[in-house]
Design a protein around this ligand. Structure first.
Ligand code: BG6
Length: 503
């Protein structure tokens, strides 16, 4: 159960009939409503280009989308009372004026709703003037990236960047295609909106286990005191996906794994793992420390990155399609579906500790983990009693099996003195029946006005700046069999360092 932010608002979703709305935003808003986390006075306005769509048809579309996902509304009137639709063509000034009028009309409805909820003697006997609503608005761009600029410009020109209450702009990933486009997009956003109004989404930040990195690191003196180069040998951050690109070639061909996963999701995991203790548990302090990490990363050497592309493979007798055979992929495409890269965070805490980032599609299973590889004890005390101690490994499982495993050495039971490795485990499902979907958390934080889980403009720019040279000089990807852990060349990246890719 989460508490509702309480304030009324109009929640405008551009891309209101798109995939993100259907698969994530609508079900998340619906679940929030069911759990009491959404204020009753939140009116949702879907915006899309389709002029044939009406409120009625939009609600029918939403009901079907929810039913297809297995939801059966306990409040059958939610769609009728809270969902609305407005047709808007990007760049069409009249459409944006009509949108502004529609938002105000809905705000009028919110005011009326508030009156109904609290009837006064006066309002029951005569027609009262509509009460001023709060004028709070969320403008959520659930759009393809090429539509961001036009929509932000139109919003600004229509004066929709300001209101009587608060106005929050939510921009979906990817934020820019490269450094230049990210700089341009930030400049345009800041032409109309203050940074304090902007919520850039990286859905990884909504995951319970990603937020837990802050709790785990800064809530346990045990770990924080050894979280540095004196005690840690290397760090691995892996996001392995079992799924292939499927039918997403249209998007993926121009993106590739470096842009799609590394520049954002893996880099967010990196900054949360490597950041210094923030001055306060507050958005500005936390985001400031994350940016500092990115600015400390040394330029990435040419031989510190390996790209891969999945080729046809076979798992349990089942044939898996290669990237080049996926529908919509260009003949001879060099788009990478796998990246392994070594980063050096050159600061007091991490000097000399390699950070290995790895991600790939069509891998043997889904697994997102951060593996902290601690150093061996400095003295070879157990030289004469069998094998020496293994290094302690802390594996933080982001998904699935959310939780962590810590390996440690114990004396083997019995007469002779020897060592063996044992494990301590924690699993989130043991303490919670359900973990919130990342989007629900993020939507709630937007409504609460807390920017901690959103990406600051400086972070987007620092991150693109880091990977820009790699994007400019991308080598041909190494093929790897679909269903395997990536190309062998990725092993050479960590060869000789005494670490292995953990699978
Ligand atoms: C998205 C990428 O941002 O994240 C997808 O565009 C990827 O390619 C997805 O599959 C992974 O998210 P999750 O939450 O399933 O790990």
């Amino acid at each position: 159960m989460r508490t509702s932010p309480g304030e009324s608002c109009v929640f405008v979703i551009f891309g209101g009939t798109g995939d993100l709305m259907r698969k994530k935003l609508l079900p998340s808003l619906f679940r929030m409503e069911q759990n009491g986390a959404l204020t009753r006075n939140c009116q949702i306005l879907g915006v899309a280009r389709d002029r044939a769509l009406t409120d009625k048809l939009f609600r029918a579309w939403a009901r079907k989308a929810l039913a297809d996902l297995g939801f059966s509304p306990s409040d059958p009137h939610w769609c009728d009372n809270c969902l609305h639709y407005q047709a808007v063509e990007s760049g069409n000034e009249e459409d944006f004026s009509a949108l502004a009028a529609r938002i105000e009309a809905l705000e009028g409805k919110l005011g009326a709703g508030a009156r109904r909820a609290k009837p006064s003697a006066a309002s029951s006997t005569r027609r009262a003037k509509p009460e001023a609503s709060t004028g709070n608005r969320v403008l959520y761009l659930a759009l393809p990236p090429m539509a961001f600029e036009g929509t932000i410009e139109s919003l600004g020109k229509a004066g929709l960047n300001r209101s009587r209450g608060w106005t929050r702009l939510v921009v979906e990933k990817p934020f820019g295609h490269d450094l230049e486009s990210a700089l341009r997009l930030n400049a345009l956003v800041h032409k109309y909106f203050d940074e304090a109004q902007v919520y850039r989404i990286d859905h990884y930040l909504g995951k319970e286990t990603v937020q837990n990195l802050l709790a785990f690191r800064f809530g346990n003196a045990l770990f924080e005191s050894s979280w540095n180069r004196d005690h840690i040998k290397s760090v691995q951050i892996s996001v392995a996906e079992q799924t292939s690109i499927g039918s997403r070639a249209g998007y993926y061909e121009n993106t590739g794994a470096l842009r799609d996963m590394v520049q954002n999701h893996l880099t967010q995991l990196l900054t949360l793992t490597a950041m210094e203790v923030p001055a306060a548990f507050a958005a500005d302090s936390i985001r400031f420390e994350k940016v500092k990490v990115l600015r400390s990363v040394a330029p990435i050497a040419r031989n510190a990155i390996v790209l891969g592309q999945y080729a046809p493979g076979k798992v349990d007798g089942k044939k898996l399609t290669g990237y080049l055979d996926e529908p919509g992929v260009a003949k001879g495409s060099r788009t990478e579906t796998f990246v392994a890269v070594r980063l050096e965070v050159q600061n007091w805490r991490w000097q000399g500790v390699p950070f290995y980032l790895r991600t790939g599609k069509s891998m043997p299973r889904r697994s997102t983990r951060i593996v902290i590889d601690f150093r061996k004890p400095p003295v070879a005390l157990f030289r004469n009693v069998g094998r020496g101690p293994h290094r302690n490994i802390l594996a933080i499982n982001v998904q699935p099996d959310q939780g962590f495993d810590l390996s440690f050495e114990v004396k083997s039971p019995g007469d002779r003195f020897s060592l063996r490795t044992e494990h301590m485990q924690f699993r989130y499902p043991e303490i919670a029946d359900t973990l919130w979907d990342g989007y629900e958390t993020l939507l709630l934080e937007i409504l609460r006005g807390d920017q901690t889980l959103f990406v600051h403009a400086d972070e987007t720019e620092a991150s693109w700046r880091l990977y820009a040279p790699l994007l400019r000089r991308r080598a041909a990807p190494h093929p790897y069999a679909a269903g395997s852990w990536g190309p062998e060349a990725a092993d050479t990246l960590i060869e000789g360092t005494g670490v292995h890719w953990t699978t």
